[in-house]
Write a protein of this length. Structure first.
Length: 302
């Protein structure tokens, strides 16, 4: 999110309820995807004492679930302890991962019984070329097959899809019983220039991809609304709404933010009154395409 001065007053957040939280397990990631949404880029892992303090504060706030994100969660040296601590606080825990390495996948499989769900990220062929990644759908499905959680989700970042590719993705999902969540590639002005796309070319490709996906998947109303919101943000950036997400973010350094991209936050080690004051203050951050993609959590298709 970008903090933007604006003449009208932001909506009051006094009654805003934060239901879940993303927790970054590390500020670095050796996978280094070309269009990574990671908000923090620094070396070091989330330490256990900071994490335990974060869980305590989140529980007091009323957070009902957490999701471990990255960097790459499977690289954390105390991953099992992170999950067990969450259970001690009575908080269900999920993971978003790009794990493909056999050792990382084995680590996931060993803790599967402690996870509410696992989401494995993948990219379409066009997205892999654009972002210089190797996170194919087939390798993601191979990871999901080895992690027997009750809920398994394939998160597909897509760009420049083909009918054959959509058919293959559909068959993978249909045969496995895995849920699928979809996100169009988010390109800022610089990235669009590198891709040789004008702003309107980019929007046209988004529409073409969504139309193609609609032939193979029953896109949910929430996902269609999400796409419409993204287009509106891109066409009318001056109309970006203030953040009203029910998802908090905790950085690997232990800072609570209302958005991963926010410029303001409060330490989990701050006094309770200071944390409460921060969370009840009116939001000043406006929603962007990047943070909308991160905070969205719904079943995108059936």
């Amino acid at each position: 999110m970008n903090t933007v001065a604006h003449p009208e007053s932001p909506p009051t957040s006094a009654r805003q309820r934060f239901r879940s939280a993303l927790i970054s397990t590390a500020g670095h990631c050796k996978i280094a995807c070309g269009f990574c949404f990671r908000a923090d880029r620094a070396h070091g892992f989330l330490d256990i004492s900071t994490y335990a303090r974060a869980l305590s504060r989140l529980k007091e706030i009323g957070v009902e679930a957490i999701c471990l994100t990255g960097g790459e969660p499977t690289h954390h040296p105390d991953l099992r302890q992170l999950l067990r601590l969450a259970h001690q606080f009575g908080i269900p825990v999920s993971i978003v991962t790009s794990a493909r390495d056999p050792d990382d996948v084995d680590r996931l499989a060993d803790i599967a019984h402690l996870l509410a769900n696992v989401t494995v990220s993948a990219d379409s062929a066009g997205a892999m070329e654009l972002g210089r990644t190797t996170r194919s759908v087939s390798s993601a499905m191979a990871t999901l097959e080895q992690v027997p959680t009750s809920v398994r989700v394939l998160h597909l970042t897509y760009w420049k899809l083909t009918a054959r590719e959509c058919q293959n993705i559909y068959e993978h999902v249909d045969e496995s019983g895995v849920q699928i969540q979809l996100s169009p590639v988010a390109l800022d002005d610089t990235a669009r220039q590198r891709a040789g796309r004008t702003f309107y070319d980019y929007l046209a490709q988004q529409r073409e991809d969504a139309d193609l996906l609609g032939r193979y998947f029953q896109l949910s109303p929430r996902f269609q609304e999400h796409l419409a919101t993204l287009r509106a943000m891109q066409l009318y950036p001056e109309r970006q709404p203030f953040c009203a997400s029910a998802v908090l973010y905790v950085s690997a350094s232990g800072e609570i933010r209302r958005c991963p991209y926010s410029r303001s936050g409060v330490s989990v080690r701050a006094p309770r009154a200071e944390i409460s004051s921060f969370l009840h203050a009116d939001p000043l951050d406006r929603t962007t395409a990047e943070c909308a993609a991160i905070c969205r959590a719904d079943d995108t298709c059936e």
